[in-house]
Design a protein. Structure first.
Lengths: 572, 434, 252
């Protein structure tokens, strides 16, 4: 029975509506409790800013990232954020670390923890390659993990939608989540992954997928229906069609509108749209390219059925990695960069392309502005999750830098002052003086995730929640983040304390302990008869088309480290 | 009697997972679906001697010792070493690889895989250009043009063509072989070439020239190519380029002919560029024909744990990577290592003379199920269980898809993973004591 | 003027990593201080004095500091790494990465050099009075740019991949080179007085002049007449066509 008493914490917990109030936090056996005994170990927070551990709900940190590491050995020595990047020798407590955009697994765990983050969600798990994701998860220390399994270009999914078999579709999604030990349904460029199997793409929501006679819109709605029938903790998580194309903001709004009719079966959004920055472009080509953020934000402000995350750009080298195969090929050709591709039989595509965001490029400057415009123009911060789509927009170790953009108009002006006139003409950011405060920042980096992913014990400091806590070296009442953004960045770059399940894992920005985190996965129950009928269909797929057997496809228990099985009951 | 279905074969990079194994009295008595290579792996233990007990070389001869003595002797070698080469790790599980990497990190060793003499250049090529690939099922279901370039699957990957490529049947390839064109590019007419629709014979060491010419033609610069390219007449090269462009889905499978011939990694590098250029006209991918059943796995584990797929030097406490400087043969030929630990590979048989001679001079620890030429050089020998037969573990197929190898029979032998972990524990103990 | 003379006490097989050995680090230091400078030797660090006899004459700034190695240092890597001023003279063979990341100053080697001589160099000068090995003036694995500036002169032969990924600077080889010199270049100038095989593959920009025999010119270059340089007329090739290259390849 281990007890900790955190005294004098300036608590910022939007889930409970607490805004920088000084209070104590009691911890026993890894959970937040009402009170502790006199034997508790005392941590004096000294009035410093205290939040729940950060929750990165969309990061590429296990699986596809390995291709990024593989093709960029030069990333290993990059040390653009000292203390959070570069080659670091092993110590008594820590394994050797490398990298900046594509760090090794140990570095990922340590560096997120240093930022005060305690939970991550891998953005895309291909079903056939899920075991690989879990192998990497096992080597990421400290953090709790979950992952989103890819379904959006899957043969069985498309066939069930085409043949109007919603019950079998739900059974398949449940089975796919179990096979991959996934947490939620990920849809990337719906239908496009299959088109890319022939080097093609889909051009919009109503462009039918070659050979499968379904449209992306049907795929989205079919999977949404299955998602809600299964009462999954998260909504479908969507990377829209036409990512990266000037003019795509229209597709994004169209996609969001499509979901107006979807009724969530749980107390959360019906749709989560990811890295919207990449999908909020106006113009018709790169020449007249400009921000589409105002239009998208406008729609979101009037909608109440969705959440989204930013995909904020960070200047400097980045690595794009996504299941959107056609986008990656186009990137590589346009930017003359290395191109990796891995199409997954019957399921989806993927690509990895390193690139460089430069403030001197007007396109990159506008991309940088768009992420911030979205965050600042959307009025309700509960709709917004902060991400950089790490490392697509930039490495997660830059989150503190990005926080200063959100909290300080002055800091934004500094960056903008380097932009060309052409860039300035294409963005609206210079005209925005809204500055987020710590409360809103907390919402976007931990609180909203609690509801978004239906994880009540995460992202908040309620009694009963996991004692995943971050204490930052900031006195909220005495700092003006608008002008003192350097202090803000420093404080968020190395937590004074990070606690994971009540154990001190970071102290003064250094790793103290490296416990193993948990892996959350969803086991959705489906009636036996529907499951059997679905199994017959996929047996055919395995017999005729897959190159592995069904028995060997499922991720075995041995790959799960401290698993937490979230059971749900499908409605049939 | 136990019949185990869907066992995964632990011989080559095809990682066939449809093997049916019959076990009676803890012996494998029947194997179905395996090819001749796989079969030899499964029945190997019945036909070949095992290393029966741990051994230490005393007065020039290997003498049996207890496991604990062998671990202690091996640990002492590592603790007293300034530059250990840890080599092999490809005919074993990912879990063993992970343990080996941790041991190398703690002892400041250099760790490398058999890719050093095989597909290492494929990694170097990917680091220049990326890796435009797909899983094998994409080939089975879509590819109508298959090219085997510098590889000979009839002998090296016997079931590849039936399970994944030329003869396979999928959703869009119901006609199987009849609906496909198979081309072999090589320097001699191999048995695989004999099955091809077209065999293109090129001059030795001229792969880069032919790939470059194909790129030039496909990119619309046919005017710069000479009359004879790589020993092939221009008309034939033009025709080959047309065939590539007009296919619906091209896959180039490549092997040692591409990675170990003149220009080494630049061949696969140029091939990646060719694939990228081809994708302007049609769909194209390339896949390396990995040899050992888990050399891909080593690359995967090493990459996520250290950032690099092979040739990792931990001397300075963090991983440093530079093939040509930190590769197994680079070190041995320069006589750098003062100790070596070798597992799941046989450099004694496969390495250049100069490298083997150096191995003979330094203390060598061997972990392996079977005695082989490396055993003759070893000073400490520890027998291990065979992954996929006596031990479970993860392995990665040539297309980076992982599968779990099954344990089919019980054994007295410890697994590579256990041995390496015991060794690491002993090393820590000795270091603390010192 | 400060002169520091170093000679190896005993030949070593395990390489010594001498990335701390450069005029910037030695300037103004005494013999004792220099002997205490740590160098990596296998999996541990040792003071430089364990390996080298050190003699120091004078004390000066980096630009006026000269380091002289007497004898073979063929297992001492990274001599002169990141130096920005001063001089190093090596009277023997030298190991890999000599002059890695050099920014200024001068290195003269009277012997042979192992691979990666002048890797990632941005300035300064290296003169090799001997033969070079692989990757002279090249870059690190995966990087788009290798050498960006400075000059390397090889008064002997060099092996494969000379100047790979060169983005600037100059390399002159008096003898022959191996395979694929000037590969993936995007700037800079390479002059080879001897023979070369498969030069300038995927060159985007830059100039390559080969005065000897060129074997196996890759079929990705367009011949465009001739060009005269210092009185010699060369066949002029422009390419690499597959990367939209405007590199100029002049061969005899």
């Amino acid at each position: 029975m281990s007890e900790i008493l955190i005294k004098n914490a300036s608590v910022c917990d939007p889930v409970q509506g607490i805004n920088c109030e000084t209070m104590d936090i009691c911890i026993r056996d890894g959970k937040i409790v009402e009170s502790v005994s006199g034997n508790a170990k005392v941590i004096d927070a000294e009035g410093r800013l205290t939040m729940a551990g950060g929750f990165d709900g969309h990061t590429h940190s296990a699986g596809k990232i390995n291709v990024g590491r593989f093709i960029n050995p030069n990333d290993a020595r990059r040390n653009l954020v000292p203390g959070l990047s570069g080659q670091v020798a092993r110590t008594e407590k820590t394994r050797a670390q490398v990298g900046y955009n594509t760090p090794n697994t140990y570095a990922i765990g340590y560096r997120y923890a240093k930022l005060g983050y305690t939970t991550i969600c891998e953005a895309a798990i291909p079903l056939l390659a899920a075991r690989h994701t879990h192998e990497e998860f096992k080597e990421i220390p400290i953090l709790d993990k979950m992952g989103l399994s890819l379904f959006g270009s899957n043969w069985q999914v498309m066939e069930y939608i085409r043949d109007k078999e919603p019950e079998k579709l739900a059974a398949y999604v449940a089975w796919g989540l179990r096979a991959s030990r996934g947490y939620g349904v990920k849809i990337v460029n719906p239908g496009g992954g299959e088109a890319w199997g022939w080097g093609r793409n889909v051009s919009g929501l109503y462009d039918p997928v070659p050979n499968f006679d379904v449209t992306p819109a049907e795929i989205l709605l079919g999977l949404a229906e299955a998602n809600e029938r299964l009462q999954l903790p998260h909504s479908v998580h969507v990377h829209c069609n036409n990512l990266g194309k000037p003019g795509n903001y229209a597709t994004t709004i169209e996609t969001m509108k499509l979901f107006e009719k979807v009724k969530p079966s749980r107390d959360r959004q019906a749709l989560h749209v990811t890295h919207v920055q990449f999908n909020a472009y106006a113009g018709t080509s790169w020449r007249d390219f400009e921000t589409g953020a105002p239009m998208v934000a406008d729609y979101i402000n009037g909608a109440d059925h969705l959440t989204f995350d930013l995909g904020q750009v960070i200047f400097g080298p980045a690595v794009t990695m996504t299941a959107d195969g056609p986008v990656e090929y186009a990137n590589a050709r346009m930017l003359h960069e290395k191109w990796s591709n891995q199409d997954i039989e019957l399921e989806d595509a993927s690509g990895v392309v390193p690139l460089f965001y430069s403030p001197k490029s007007f396109v990159n400057a506008v991309q940088w502005a768009i992420g911030l415009e979205l965050a600042l123009l959307v009025k309700d911060p509960w709709k917004v999750m902060f991400t950089t789509d790490s490392p697509n927009g930039g490495s997660f170790v830059n989150y503190p830098e990005a926080f200063t953009y959100l909290m300080s108009a002055k800091r934004r002006e500094e960056v903008i002052s380097d932009f060309s006139k052409m860039a300035l003409d294409r963005m609206v950011l210079p005209g925005i003086d809204r500055e987020l405060d710590f409360y809103e920042l907390a919402i976007m980096t931990r609180s909203t995730q609690s509801k978004m992913y239906s994880r009540p014990e995460k992202g908040n400091l309620k009694v009963g929640s996991d004692a995943d806590i971050a204490i930052y070296d900031i006195l909220p009442g005495q700092i003006d983040p608008s002008t003192e953004y350097v202090k803000v960045k420093t404080a968020f770059s190395g937590a004074a304390y990070t606690l994971k399940d009540g154990e001190i894992v970071v102290k003064d920005g250094e790793i103290e302990a490296t416990p193993k985190g948990k892996i959350y996965w969803v086991n959705a129950k489906v009636p036996a008869n529907i499951d059997s009928a679905m199994q017959k269909d996929i047996d055919i797929k395995f017999r005729k088309y897959y190159t592995v057997s069904k028995a060997n496809y499922m991720v075995e228990d041995v790959y799960l480290q401290n698993p937490v099985e979230i059971a749900t009951e499908g409605v049939f | 009697m136990l019949v185990i279905k869907d066992a995964v074969c632990s011989l080559c990079g095809s990682l066939c997972d449809d093997i049916t194994v019959t076990v009676e009295d803890n012996k494998i008595t029947k194997i179905e679906n395996a090819c001749i290579l796989g079969r030899s792996k499964f029945v190997g233990m019945l036909e070949h001697d095992r290393i029966e007990t741990p051994m230490i070389r005393k007065d020039g001869k290997l003498a049996p010792v207890s496991y604990e003595e062998a671990i202690e002797a091996a640990a002492k070698i590592l603790v007293n070493s300034r530059r250990t080469l840890s080599y092999g790790w490809c005919s074993t599980s990912c879990e063993a690889v992970s343990a080996a990497i941790q041991l190398a990190e703690e002892t400041g060793s250099v760790i490398d895989s058999t890719a050093n003499v095989c597909h290492g250049p494929t990694a170097l090529a990917a680091q220049e250009k990326g890796s435009p690939s797909a899983t094998l099922g994409e080939i089975k279901n879509r590819a109508d043009l298959i090219i085997f370039w510098g590889c000979n699957p009839v002998h090296a990957h016997p079931r590849h063509m039936v399970r994944y490529s030329s003869f396979s049947k999928g959703l869009f390839t119901e006609k199987g072989r009849k609906g496909r064109t198979m081309i072999v590019v090589d320097v001699r007419k191999t048995d695989t070439a004999k099955l091809a629709d077209k065999y293109v014979e090129i001059d030795q060491g001229s792969d880069l020239i032919l790939v470059t010419a194909l790129r030039s033609i496909i990119n619309g610069h046919g005017d710069v190519i000479p009359e004879v390219i790589a020993g092939v007449p221009k008309a034939e090269v033009l025709e080959l380029a047309e065939t590539l462009k007009n296919a619906k889905f091209v896959c180039i499978f490549f092997g040692m002919g591409v990675t170990q011939s003149r220009s080494k990694y630049k061949n696969a590098d140029a091939m990646s560029s060719l694939i990228s250029d081809l994708n302007q006209h049609t769909k194209a991918v390339m896949i390396g024909m990995r040899g050992h059943y888990n050399v891909t796995g080593f690359g995967q584990v090493a990459t996520w744990e250290t950032g690099f797929p092979m040739a990792i030097d931990f001397a300075r406490g963090y991983p440093y990577y530079n093939p040509g400087e930190t590769g197994a043969n680079d070190l041995l030929v320069r006589e750098e290592p003062d100790a070596a630990i070798i597992a799941a590979a046989d450099p004694g048989a496969h390495f250049p003379q100069k490298a083997v001679r150096h191995l003979a001079r330094i203390p060598v620890i061997q972990i392996d199920p079977y005695p082989n030429p490396t055993t003759e050089l070893a000073d400490v020998v520890i027998p291990s269980a065979i992954v996929g037969i006596e031990a479970e573990g993860t392995a990665y197929r040539m297309d980076a898809i992982s599968l779990r190898m099954k344990k089919l029979i019980d054994t007295k032998f410890k697994t590579d993973e256990e041995i390496v972990k015991d060794l690491a524990t002993k090393v820590r103990e000795l270091k603390r004591g010192a | 003027m400060q002169i520091v003379k170093l000679s190896l006490k005993k030949a070593n097989k395990i390489p010594v990593e001498a990335d701390n050995v450069n005029p910037n680090n030695f300037a103004g230091k005494t013999e004792e201080e220099i002997k205490a400078i740590p160098v990596w030797y296998g999996n541990g660090q040792c003071p430089l004095g364990d390996f080298f006899n050190v003699k120091v004459e004078g004390s000066d700034s980096a630009e006026n500091t000269k380091i002289v190695f007497e004898g073979d240092v063929s297992r001492v890597k990274r001599i002169g790494q990141n130096m920005s001023a001063g001089e190093i003279e090596i009277n023997g063979n030298v190991d890999m990465h000599c002059g890695f990341g050099m920014k200024g100053g001068k290195i003269v080697i009277n012997g042979d050099a192992d691979s990666w001589l002048g890797c990632e160099m941005t300035g300064g000068e290296i003169i090799l009075n001997g033969n070079a090995s692989y990757y002279v003036g090249a870059g690190y694995r995966g990087e788009a740019c290798g050498m960006r500036g400075g000059k390397i002169t090889v008064n002997g032969n060099a092996r494969d991949y000379l100047g790979e990924h060169m983005c600037g600077g100059e390399i002159l080889v008096k003898g022959n080179v191996g395979l694929l010199p000037a590969i993936s270049n995007n700037g800079g100038k390479i002059v080879i007085e001897g023979n070369a095989t498969m030069p300038a593959s995927e060159m985007k920009n830059g100039t390559v002049i080969i005065k000897g025999e060129t074997s196996d010119l890759l079929p990705s270059y367009k011949e465009e007449g001739t060009e005269e340089v210092e009185g010699i007329t060369y066949r002029k090739f422009v390419g690499d066509v597959n990367v939209g290259g405007k590199g100029v390849l002049l061969i005899k």
